[in-house]
Write a protein that binds this ligand. Structure first.
Ligand SMILES: Nc1ncnc2c1ncn2[C@@H]1O[C@H](COP(=O)(O)OP(=O)(O)O)[C@@H](O)[C@H]1O
Ligand SMILES: [Mg+2]
Length: 372
């Protein structure tokens, strides 16, 4: 956690657990969200993301644990008293009201003076890039415009915390990418703290200050997008946020004290496991991202780890080429090679014998023990 999160946590989730009919949906989750932070909760369908958001918003009550907002214990506070708003995937705009009245709704419920309502709504319409378009009917808005109105309709209430449950999930890819940028720009402007739920790893990496990776009701890792991708703490975190190759084996320590993972049928590869697993006999797996592997036509002499193989397939994707390489133990290694040169011909052909190399520090070793 960055120092900023420690200093000014707007939200603290402390040991929060929720079961539904004996099935755990959220399991002892601890989370701190800093003031003005964009935190994403990333995980597969059914891992408990929505339930966690509903617990924070007060729509569910935890079985155990506490929630603290701005220093105040809100565990038993009802949803409408929390100063927390939620934006859902289905925009839930009122179809019979125009844009202006949709955005003004929350303020009118609170009996805010009409002059102030007008100026705050105008400000929000500008933020949503729909200045002067308050008269439009909801059905005349595009999907992206509707989602921006849903967002500012929540922001107009000046929530301490905005919760967003897969708000871009219903949009097509191009619009989704565009709205990712717009949403972050709006968040940086208003400086409201966002807790954003998604099952899309690219979206989480692209938008967030920090990402909490959730799996089977638990938060497995919290970190910056870079930490999550480059230094995953668990095999799940590694495989959910990107592609991986895995090589299973057993550790030994060489004369120089370095750790080697012996893989049956392939030989030994240098690894750098966490200290507690740096022992001979520890069983586990090497995890290696496809873009960290380099292809060579001759065996390289300066790279720590090299494995030989035969190209089974290659796909040219413009920015990079994706290779599937068959190795001696029957496994396949995926390699992404950046197309840094403008070549008219393929450098490698299917059935070519190649060497794949990587430095130990670019791989991860997870012991089976840690996976239990
Ligand atoms: N109201 C509920 N009653 C019973 N089970 C529920 C309820 N809400 C969620 N669950 C269960 O809790 C688990 C987590 O669900 P959810 O939080 O919706 O996951 P996600 O949003 O990550 O897809 C799922 O197994 C789901 O079926
Ligand atoms: Mg959900």
């Amino acid at each position: 956690m960055p120092n900023s999160a420690k200093k000014a946590a707007v939200l603290e989730v402390i040991g929060v657990t929720k079961q539904f009919r004996g099935k755990i949906a959220v399991d002892c989750v601890d989370l701190q969200v800093a003031n003005g932070e964009f935190l994403s909760i990333l995980g597969p369908s059914g891992c408990g993301k929505t339930t966690l958001l509903r617990l924070i918003g007060g729509l569910e009550k935890p079985d155990r644990g506490r929630l603290v907002l701005n220093g105040q214990d809100i565990t038993n506070l009802s949803a409408h008293k929390r100063n927390v708003h939620t934006v859902f995937q289905r925009y839930a705009l009122f179809p019979h009201m125009n844009v202006f009245d949709n955005v003004a709704f929350g303020l009118r419920c609170k009996k805010i003076h009409e002059n102030e309502t007008r100026s705050r709504v105008e400000e929000m319409l500008e933020l949503a890039n729909l200045k002067g378009q308050g008269h439009r009917a909801i059905h005349t808005l595009s999907g992206g415009e509707q989602q921006r109105i849903a967002l500012v309709r929540a922001l107009v209430n000046l929530p301490k915390l905005l919760l967003l449950d897969e708000p871009l999930g219903a949009l097509d890819l191009k619009l989704r990418l565009q709205l990712q940028q717009e949403l972050v720009a709006i968040q940086k402007r208003v400086k409201t703290t966002f807790v954003f739920v998604t099952h899309d790893q690219q979206e989480a990496l692209n938008m967030s200050d920090r990402v909490a990776v959730m799996n089977q009701a638990k938060v497995e890792q919290i970190g910056t997008p870079n930490e999550i991708y480059e230094f995953p703490k668990t095999l799940f975190a590694a495989s959910f946020v990107g592609g991986i190759n895995r090589l299973d084996g057993v550790l030994r320590i060489d004369e120089g004290g370095r750790c080697i993972c012996e893989v049956e049928g392939l030989g030994g590869f240098f690894v750098e496991p966490p200290t507690e697993y740096r022992q001979a006999g520890v069983k586990g797996l090497i995890c290696l991202r496809p873009e960290k592997v380099t292809l060579f036509s001759r065996r390289p002499s300066t790279i720590e780890n090299v494995v030989e193989g035969t190209i089974r397939s290659q796909s040219y994707l413009g920015t990079h080429t994706q290779f599937e390489v068959l190795i001696k133990n029957g496994g396949v290694i995926s390699v992404f090679q950046q197309n840094t040169q403008k070549l008219a011909k393929k450098v490698f052909q299917v059935n070519d014998k190649v060497f794949m190399g990587w430095q130990a520090s670019l791989s991860h070793f997870f012991s089976y023990q840690a996976l239990k």
